[in-house]
Design a protein around this ligand. Structure first.
Ligand code: VG1
Ligand code: CO
Length: 572
């Protein structure tokens, strides 16, 4: 092939958000749009680093991925990349990309230097829906702000990009290495099995024998819903072939470009089939499984459900904030990878303080970081953090540098297997519900909810945020007004905008959310979403701590009602 230099000009709005650049497919398919972003990324990494490197390119398989992969292969070749690694059919979950970057060794002994992940996560896919792209570094984690800022700056000044001419489209459905030669020498495209590296890593972390014993026990039953996302490319290998689950326990496990027309978002609203299978919603199953789980489009998010919790007619599931706390509290006993102890734990700022209580009681290092996974990576690279999580269905550990949906499912199965190791021959099963309630009894409960105001006009959203910041200068006034109307909430004792100083590299991230902290430990947090593809989304996070174990069984909406009211009173 030869290298073609193409003249281009800047396109507005290519600022990477919380997790890469996400836009409608129609935006991505405009002339030069993807090319500009990819070249701006190469330029941000610098030509010397790109030359001779090994680059992973894959994603959740959403619409436009296949075209995008061919474009990126050609641009990589033209920019001097030595080899591109592609998961078969372009499929790799976000956590699997991270694992591949960290663990995979090519046939010629090569290791990856970075990755383009093609996903818009839980956003719908298809010609009229979303596409996305983000760059991950050599540690397998999302590019830090220093790099994403540089990429954005480059998109504002870009004049040219490079693309190979005479390089044929590579058949990414067939495993194998294709060799090409260009002006700079040899260039390879290595198409490999999407699941093997990831499955191998999971087997080195968990005790598959004990999970298998649980899953195949007649007392236990299991269900996993991939929502037609890339999790489906792992589910059969992992749960059926390795762990002995029945094939009928897998729902929507064939990856589809449009996710079957649904939102691949693992929550009670969008995981409808799973919710029905668990005995709730319309057409509920009459004999639900003990344990249900779902992952999002790129399989980095997870939802964990237990049967009896749903039975209680409470629309109840394991909140992600509780999930990370419960995993941290049980990891050393239940998961071999952590048997020698946890280095520390971390959560994102809006995530509930359930993890804080565990950290304190186990005497663990604890960190509170801004929203988005990129901030956990530095802590992990420095050996300061083993387990971390976000309220937005993200849970993970230092086995990779992304959140990991299937890891979270295996972590929960490990905890269940551990708690039931003496019960599987006919004893009474310790359920998901038992584990959660036991946790609340020991550590107290953080009632928690999140409201999303979607598709708000961007200008209006900024005004609301500015108003909330203004109010912070007169907290006593706010308290007086509210006290006049409601006496059932405690006073706000402090309010600020969250700012994070990375303890490892000293970098500072400002304006990471507006916080109101109450006397009894309750919190109201406001943020603007950084993952939307259009308009603005305001997120409101509401949390209240209950230490009294006789009061931890309330309905969460009821328990939080006074705080929710409070928010309406003073913000709109
Ligand atoms: C949201 C979540 C955040 C998460 C991010 C990426 O960001 O709140 O916790 O890290 O999505 O997740 P925002 O800025 O919209 O609130 V995923 O699964 O979309 O990669
Ligand atoms: Co995701």
């Amino acid at each position: 092939f030869t290298v073609n230099r193409v003249v281009t000009s800047p396109i507005e709005g290519q600022k990477p958000g919380t997790s890469g650049l996400r836009k409608k497919v129609k935006v991505f398919t405009q002339p030069h749009y993807l090319h500009n972003f990819v070249q701006s990324t190469f330029n941000a990494l610098s030509a010397e680093k790109v030359k001779g490197s090994t680059l992973v390119v894959s994603g959740d398989g959403r619409y436009y991925s296949k075209d995008a992969i061919q474009i990126i292969i050609k641009m990589a070749a033209a920019n001097g990349v030595r080899r591109v690694w592609v998961g078969q059919n372009g499929l790799l979950s976000t956590p699997a990309v991270s694992a591949v970057v960290r663990e995979r060794v090519g046939a010629d002994g090569s290791k990856a230097n970075g990755a383009f992940i093609l996903t818009a996560s839980h956003n719908p896919g298809g010609p009229n829906e979303d596409f996305g792209i983000k760059y991950n570094m050599g540690n397998g984690g999302p590019a830090p702000e220093g790099i994403t800022d540089k990429i954005f700056e480059n998109t504002k000044t870009i004049k040219e990009y490079f693309i190979a001419e005479g390089l044929p489209d590579v058949d990414i459905s067939a495993i194998g290495v294709s060799n090409f030669s260009g002006p700079g020498g040899q260039f390879d495209v290595d198409v490999f099995d999407s699941a093997s590296d990831y499955v191998k890593l999971m087997k080195s972390i968990f005790d598959f024998q004990s999970i298998k014993k649980l899953i195949t026990s007649p007392q236990f039953s299991f269900c996993f819903d991939a929502l037609h996302g890339v999790g489906g490319a792992y589910a059969k290998r992992m749960f059926v072939e390795e762990l002995g689950a029945k094939e009928s326990s897998l729902l929507n496990c064939v990856p589809k470009e449009d996710f079957g027309g649904g939102h691949p978002d693992p929550n009670l609203t969008y995981a409808k089939e799973l919710v029905a299978r668990m005995g709730l919603g319309t057409n509920p199953d009459s004999n639900p499984p003990e344990f249900g789980a779902a992952a999002d489009g790129d399989a980095d998010r997870n939802m964990i459900l237990g049967k009896i919790l749903l039975d209680a007619n409470m629309k109840f599931f394991v909140t992600p904030s509780d999930s990370v706390a419960i995993i941290a509290a049980n990891a050393v006993q239940a998961i071999p990878y952590f048997s020698s102890g946890l280095k520390g734990v971390a959560r994102s700022m809006p995530t509930s303080a359930a993890l804080d209580v565990v950290a304190k009681s186990l005497n663990l290092k604890f960190f509170e970081v801004p929203t988005g996974w990129k901030f956990f990576g530095n802590l992990m690279d420095a050996g300061l953090c083993s387990i971390c999580g976000e309220e937005s269905f993200g849970t993970g550990s230092d086995h990779i540098r992304e959140k990991d949906g299937i890891w979270a499912v295996l972590a929960w199965l490990s905890i269940l297997a551990h708690k039931n190791k003496d019960n599987l021959d006919g004893g009474k099963l310790v359920t998901v519900e038992d584990i959660v309630k036991q946790h609340w009894a020991t550590f107290g409960r953080h009632y928690y909810t999140r409201y999303d105001y979607e598709n708000v006009d961007a200008g209006a959203a900024k005004e609301v945020m500015a108003h909330l910041v203004d109010l912070q200068s007169s907290i006593s006034g706010v308290n007086t007004t509210i006290k006049g109307i409601r006496s059932d909430v405690t006073d706000v004792i402090s309010a600020d905008e969250f700012e994070y100083k990375d303890p490892v590299d000293g970098s500072v991230s400002k304006n990471q959310g507006i916080r109101y902290l109450f006397e009894d430990g309750s919190r109201l947090v406001f943020r603007l979403s950084g993952t939307g593809s259009e308009g603005a989304t305001i997120r409101l996070y509401i949390e209240q701590y209950e230490k009294d174990s006789s009061k931890t069984g309330r309905d969460s909406q009821e328990a939080l009602a006074p705080l929710v009211k409070y928010f309406y009173l003073f913000s709109f």
